[in-house]
Design a protein around this ligand. Sequence first.
Ligand code: NAG
Length: 121
Amino acid sequence: MYDAGDHMKFGFPMAFTATVLLWTILEYGDQMKAAQHLAPALDALKWITDYLVNAHPSENVLYIQVGNPKDDHACWERPEDMKEKRPLTQVNTSTLGTEVAAETAAALASASLVFKSSDSA
Ligand SMILES: *[C@@H]1O[C@H](CO)[C@@H](O)[C@H](O)[C@H]1NC(C)=O
């Protein structure tokens, strides 16, 4: 999920959005199901939380951004046509990012509750 019309990916707002949507399912999943919104929400959240799991490839490393804000914000094109560099930014033991790591943990903890019965793996 991109930040805007460009191709930046920011982990913090993505994790926050996932946490809020997952918690919405925990609170209102029955009503969402009755309105036929639960399955599409679960599909979207599975994609996001898979991304967040893959953004954490090893202990004390979390990738929190894909892209270069200066280059990407000047570039509006289809993702399929994108040829710009895709630099990664991580937080780790020397460059800390407690807030984004905590929000990502909250998203994954919420996901564990939502997917516990349907997709525990
Ligand atoms: C830790 O993260 C910073 C910022 O993303 C990066 O510059 C640095 O290379 C990383 N450290 C290691 C050991 O990868």
